[in-house]
Design a protein around this ligand. Structure first.
Ligand code: TPS
Length: 214
């Protein structure tokens, strides 16, 4: 059973969020990738398996948890609150549907934190009103990981930090080359997907990006 107050403390301290995305990682490589990301230094890790069945997500999550627990990294399940509840992950992440935070919370109970994707200032403010525990904010840049979304750019990053007091994780096209302009624009926390998962040396890539974060 995860302990919410410990998880929320990790969430507030977190700067670098990694995602094991099955669009890039074969199921048989999920545990190895989980270890590489966590040993490299991600502060939070998400399992994102679009199109997988709940049973498949559950089995992947169960294979990741011993590694994330060993390394002290909270595990967040994308889209499947019922799986988060069954496996006892630290968090769940939901998309932009109405009431998605309340619906997820009703399923996961009081000990699992709930994050929500937002794509505009209005959505970020709404997610805070909906009592999300953190938000993702983006995609900042066009990205092959979420090809149907219009990038929102960097111009609202400072403002979103003025309007929203939750931890805000900037996402979408984040990589080492762009880190300085993203931080310059006011970001404090970032999510990295393809730049880590496609790296030839995942641990080294995570370490390099982490070293750039204040
Ligand atoms: C914490 N989301 C927005 S952009 C993107 C995703 C998956 C692609 C990033 O990939 N915030 C959180 N989790 C999520 N799943 C989302 C937002 C949704 P890349 O780094 O390859 O551009």
């Amino acid at each position: 059973m995860p302990d919410l107050s410990a998880s929320l403390q990790s969430l507030r301290a977190a700067r670098l969020y990694g995602i094991v995305d099955l669009g890039y990682v074969k199921p048989e490589n999920v545990v190895t990738m989980t270890r590489a990301l966590a040993e490299g230094g991600v502060d939070i890790l998400q399992l994102r398996a679009k199109g997988a069945t709940p049973a498949e997500v559950e089995s992947l999550a169960r294979s990741m948890l011993p590694v994330t627990r060993e390394l002290g990294v909270p595990l967040v399940i994308n889209d499947h609150p019922e799986v988060a509840a069954i496996v006892g992950s630290e968090g769940v992440h939901v998309g932009q549907d109405d009431d998605s935070v309340a619906k997820a919370r009703a399923i996961v109970g009081p000990e699992i934190f709930v994050g929500k994707s937002t794509h505009s200032l209005d959505q970020a403010v709404a997610a805070q009103a909906e009592q999300a525990d953190y938000i993702g904010f983006g995609p900042l840049y066009a990205t092959g990981t979420k090809p149907d979304y219009v990038p929102i750019g960097l111009q609202d990053i400072t403002r979103v930090h003025e309007l929203v007091s939750l931890p805000i994780f900037c996402i979408g096209g984040v990589n080492e080359a762009r880190a300085s302009e993203i931080l310059q624009a006011g970001a404090r926390r970032v999510v990295v997907v393809s730049a880590f998962l496609l790296a030839s040396d995942v641990r080294a890539e995570v370490k390099r990006l982490k070293a750039l974060l204040p």
